[in-house]
Write a protein that binds this ligand. Structure first.
Ligand SMILES: C[S@@+](CC[C@H](N)C(=O)[O-])C[C@H]1O[C@@H](n2cnc3c(N)ncnc32)[C@H](O)[C@@H]1O
Length: 316
């Protein structure tokens, strides 16, 4: 097997883990008012085991759904089927109209894209190895969605600009456990929900601290200035200063608490996307933000989101 095929096979194997009903339930609770009269499409879900199918089938009447559709993928040329449910029998999860597909259920196939166009909201845990393509397709087709993905995806060049521009955002919960085909549990520490459905958390004010010094400079030990970019480093979210109007580099976890009425996201602190916002080369010759600590030692914080408080916001 060629090396690339080997990688593809390994990625495909790593994609086989299934979302638990309780995790779906916990996240969907925050969007209950969004489903009325909507067509929900789960396009990476075999209804024989998918808890997404089960959840929406079970809650069909309660949520006031119009239609539920799932399709699933079989590798190779194997035909698969779609199943559609329009309500009436929430007690039998197998209830629904089964229609064979001509293709293999790949979410990118013509048949699945036609179903995508029929759908209002796409909800699933797609294969992580195809996450870039998956989200690009949803954006291209202007779909609302709630999908599970790895936190690392927030740094993808195909994903970060969408977060920055408030086209998508993070959901409420981390998803920590998944079921594997052999019945074992697979644990993750960095799996989250991505969505473009509005929710209350992104309108909650993030607590900030009042810490401004009289000379218009913040305590330099607490908030060192980067040497290669005009921003200060804020190493803990709880220490974001309320009264600083310049740019700040904050840990990635900010994205989970980001309120677009309170802050704007300017960019990311490392790599090509950092270069685009004007981060210059540091002492290591790289475009990662860097500063000298109080002992004069060069420091390069692991990863930062560059943000700025919105004009006129004094919340916190
Ligand atoms: C992480 S699993 C999640 C499965 C299910 N959505 C769930 O949450 O339980 C991702 C699923 O996507 C399927 N998949 C892989 N490539 C696909 C493709 N091109 N189109 C649709 N589904 C695909 C895999 O077979 C796998 O079952």
């Amino acid at each position: 097997m060629a090396n690339t095929s080997l990688h593809a096979a390994k990625d495909a194997k790593n994609d086989e883990f299934y979302t638990r009903l309780e995790d779906i339930n916990e996240e969907m609770n925050h969007y209950e008012d969004k489903f009325r009269n909507k067509v929900v499409f789960c396009n990476c879900d075999d209804p024989t085991w998918s808890n997404f199918w089960k959840y929406f089938h079970m809650n069909f009447e309660y949520l006031g759904l119009k239609k539920l559709i799932t399709t699933h993928y079989e590798p190779g040329e194997v035909q698969t089927y779609k199943i559609e449910y329009t309500g009436g029998n929430d007690l039998d999860f197998e209830d629904g109209v089964v229609t064979p597909l001509e293709q293999n259920g790949d979410f990118r196939s013509d048949e699945c894209v036609t179903l995508l166009d029929e759908a209002d909201i796409v909800i699933t845990n797609p294969p992580f190895s195809l996450f870039r393509e998956y989200i690009a397709l949803l954006m291209e087709h202007n779909k609302n969605f709630l999908i599970i993905g790895n936190q690392n995806a927030t740094h993808y060049k195909e994903v970060f600009p969408l977060l920055r521009d408030n086209k998508i955002w993070l959901g409420y919960n981390h998803v920590k456990e998944f079921l594997q085909p052999d019945g074992n549990i697979k644990k993750f520490g960095n799996v989250i929900w991505f969505t473009n459905l509005d929710h209350n958390k992104r309108h909650e004010v993030l607590e900030t601290v009042y810490i401004y010094s009289k000379k218009d400079t913040l305590y330099p030990d607490l908030y060192p200035k980067y040497e290669n970019f005009d921003a200060i480093d804020v190493s803990k979210i709880v220490e974001i200063p309320m009264d600083y109007n310049g740019m700040m580099g904050v840990p990635d976890s900010f994205l989970e608490l980001y309120n677009p009425d309170q802050f704007e996201i300017i960019g990311i602190s490392a790599g090509t996307m950092a270069k685009e916002i004007g981060v210059r080369k540091n002492y290591r010759g790289r475009t990662d933000v860097a500063y000298k600590d109080k002992n004069g030692v060069d420091k390069c914080p692991y990863s930062r989101i560059i943000i700025r408080k919105k004009a006129g916001d004094n919340n916190g």
